[in-house]
Write a new protein. Structure first.
Length: 73
C-alpha cells in the first residue's frame, strides 16, 4: 500500500485496505500471489511525501493519523 500511495494509485490503496493490509506495508507480487513487506513509513506519509492529494484525502477519511511519527520522530 505504501508504494501505491506514493505513486498516487488510489485504486490499489483502496484494494489493499479492503484486504486488510497494514498501513506501513507495501504490496508486491510473488508468483502472482499478493504479499506484503514492512516499510519504515505508512501510506499517508508516503502519499504526503509525493504530494498525492487524492490519496492523502482518502487515507485521512479512513482515519489515518496525520500526526503519526516517522522513524526519525
Amino acid at each position: 500500500m505504501v508504494t501505491a500511495a506514493y505513486y498516487g494509485d488510489l485504486l490499489s490503496v483502496k484494494e489493499a485496505l479492503e484486504e486488510g493490509a497494514p498501513a506501513a506495508y507495501t504490496l508486491y507480487f510473488n508468483d502472482d500471489e499478493r504479499q506484503y513487506t514492512e516499510t519504515e513509513f505508512n501510506a499517508l506519509q508516503a502519499a504526503a511525501s509525493s504530494g498525492n492529494e487524492d490519496v492523502i484525502n482518502f487515507l485521512l477519511e479512513q482515519g489515518f493519523d496525520i500526526n503519526a511519527p516517522t522513524p526519525d520522530g
